[in-house]
Design a protein around this ligand. Structure first.
Ligand code: SF4
Ligand code: SF4
Length: 368
């Protein structure tokens, strides 16, 4: 089956062609106007960004979609779930404060902001899927109970998944902290020959599993929850996973969680990906590095697999930006995500998702 993916570039010389108007046209063309019924509680699934990150999608774009949902009779709310690691979104109080700091405020969005898994991440519903790696997934209660969902995603690179798109936004982003832990099964290792004992990793570990002993970092594997935060901050690349054996299962668990999150919303979920400020890291880091390829546009589809595949292909079709964090595979057609992190395999997400029936990786790109 071939799924349609609708595409708008960012060029404009008129009010009619501005990004806000294009966004609404994409929403309608993709069929999202048909999934909102009068009285629907509509989750706008976002990632508000960590405090200090500003690569996240623009609040004004979310506000325009919220307005469209209200025009169709739905009641939208902007939502995300609390994080597994400490940081600025670990509980709902900090999370809401960070959301406002990053511009996701009801006054801008025109709808309330609700953290879907509750004050400390315990508002959960178990969703039975009986898949290869996940039998039952722990999904945030307020997302589960929403009637329909519009998933709005900043498409970017990710240090373990290769890239973060719609699939990852739904998988990690709709799971409670326990659900995130289910997916982050792998535990990293420190290479003592590379570690310089700077201690940076110990400061970010949410469960104090890292200590510097005799000038080298050591991980207590029994305490580690596999969040990967230490890998993000180590400037010497001294912390890594057993990539060959641990990355495919990680991607598969993630995809199975995405399947669980939308399982009971057949025909009621639409996806919009923003290929803008395509950064080398997830929006969970407290910074934003410069983009690895130029801005491309906005894509929308009812199929998250086709959508992510189209975004993956469009990013790789670009020439990498010299001087960015991307040091390899800069030529058009080369895999930018593997260029950043040769051990990752983002494409495995897409292949596996198509295999379990989350969507189709065959797509037709339809320009606006
Ligand atoms: S951040 Fe890296 S180099 Fe520094 S102590 Fe941790 S593992 Fe070692
Ligand atoms: S050791 Fe690293 S992966 Fe494990 S919990 Fe600490 S920061 Fe997360």
């Amino acid at each position: 089956m071939t799924s349609k993916v609708f595409f708008a570039d960012l060029k404009s010389r008129s009010e009619e062609g501005n990004t806000q108007n294009k966004l609404v046209r994409l929403f309608d063309m993709a069929g999202m106007d048909g999934i909102i019924e009068k009285g629907d509680l509509v989750a706008l699934k976002l990632h508000f960004g960590e405090s200090g990150c500003d690569a996240h999608i623009r609040p004004s774009h979310v506000g325009r979609i919220a307005r469209r949902v209200k025009e169709l009779g739905g009641s939208p709310f902007a939502t995300d779930t609390n994080t597994l690691y400490k940081g600025s979104r670990h509980n709902s109080v900090d999370h809401l404060r960070t959301a406002v700091e990053n511009g996701f405020d009801a006054a801008v969005l025109g709808c309330p902001v609700i953290i879907a898994d509750g004050l400390t991440g315990k508002n959960a519903v178990s969703v039975k899927v009986d898949l290869k790696r996940i039998k039952s997934a722990r999904i945030a209660g307020d997302i589960f109970h929403a009637d329909s969902m519009i998933v709005m995603t900043h498409f970017k690179a990710h240090m373990v998944a290769g890239f973060g798109g719609a699939i990852k936004n739904v998988a990690m982003g709709c799971a409670t902290a326990y659900g995130k832990m289910d997916q982050h099964f792998a535990r990293p290792n420190v290479d003592p020959d590379v570690c310089i004992g700077c201690g940076l990793c110990t400061e970010v570990c949410p469960v104090s599993a890292l200590k510097v002993i005799q000038g080298k970092a050591r991980i207590d594997k029994a305490t580690c929850i596999g969040c990967g935060e230490c890998m993000t901050v180590c400037e010497n690349d001294a912390i890594g996973l057993d990539w060959g054996s641990e990355i495919p299962p990680f991607n598969e668990r993630m995809v199975e969680y995405a399947f669980a999150a939308v399982k009971d919303k057949k025909g009621k979920v639409g996806y919009i990906n923003f290929l803008m400020q395509i950064s080398p890291d997830c929006d969970c880091v407290p910074w934003s590095d410069s983009p690895i390829v130029p801005d491309i546009g906005i894509l929308a589809s009812m199929d998250p697999v086709a959508l992510d595949r189209a975004c993956f292909d469009l990013v790789n079709a670009q020439e990498g930006i010299k001087g960015s964090h991307l040091k390899r595979n800069l030529a058009r057609g080369e895999d930018k995500f593997k260029g950043l992190r040769p051990n990752t395999d983002g494409y495995h997400q897409i292949r596996y998702a198509a295999g379990i029936g989350l969507g189709s990786e065959d797509y037709e790109l339809v320009p606006l």
